[in-house]
Design a protein around this ligand. Sequence first.
Ligand code: G3P
Length: 217
Amino acid sequence: MKFFVDTAEIDAIAELNDLGMVDGVTTNPSLILKSGRDILEVTKEICDLVDGPVSAEVVATKADAMIAEGRKLAEIAENITIKLPLTWDGLKACKELTGDGHMVNVTLCFSANQALLAAKAGATFISPFIGRLDDINLDGMDLIEDIRTIYDNYHFETQILAASIRSVNHVLESARIGADVITAPPDVIKKLAFHPLTDKGLDQFLSDWAKTGQKIL
Ligand code: G3P
């Protein structure tokens, strides 16, 4: 499973990237706002740092304008993935931009039928939003499972990019179901390393080691 990091914070991306944990990056208008940076500048910096796909989202709502914005974003770097909302116009833009040879991430997906349409429009990635479904008392993981089944039934090549991930359990369940990619905030990725028994065991080892009076270096 590939790990994308869901942020426009350069330092956080760099820290995870140095550990080989970053297969790509996803951004959106809210994350650009949070970074306080200019979209073109910060996206270029991310693309220079990371080898994998970097999603940059259009903000136009009509297909022609989405296509124009997508082409401008794609000029930033070769690893740009144009992010488009899952609307009818977004699907038209997806068809056109993938036809040009660009990678496209279709975002704001909340149903398996939407994911089916995105695959038929040639999307490189589909982004089902798990956390936002959980927020309204639905089970976001059911959506990942349905899309996995449908894409496998028909051998669609669109990759399932599990998004709106809020917890380590979302990562685990996405991996169990077979999502191709997860995109998660940096703190969620770092929390994957935590286990209380690891900390407890380490404390015990260090305390016993101190009693030996030995040194390795
Ligand atoms: O990748 C999409 C993600 O940024 C949305 O997450 O937590 O705002 O629902 P969230």
